[in-house]
Design a protein. Sequence first.
Length: 122
Amino acid sequence: MMILIAEDNVGLRYFLWRVLRDDGQRVIAASDGEEALRASRAHPGPIDLVLADFEMPRMNGLKLCRIIAAKRPETKVVIMSGDPNAGEQCALARLPFLQKPFQLSAIREMIQNMFGHVASGE
């Protein structure tokens, strides 16, 4: 599975990249929405999942996910944020939302629910 992470917090971005790679996923990590969009356009194959921070410099996660969904309708998206109001906006946009801080098991469970298998390859 190919996962694109768009997260401006370098510590969280690296943590998610490392853990998902250790789980056997292929991962592209970007520091903001514009970088993630460029990575999406440059990647020739499918991107199965975008994990995007709600609030990022240069392009927020909602806009990023809308653009990617228009070009790659098969790509699933999850918005992450520490702001509870972001969850309300995601609900209105009918986008899955993950409240920060979260347990790693929450991402694995979300991937399992979206794709029908456990992220770690179990």
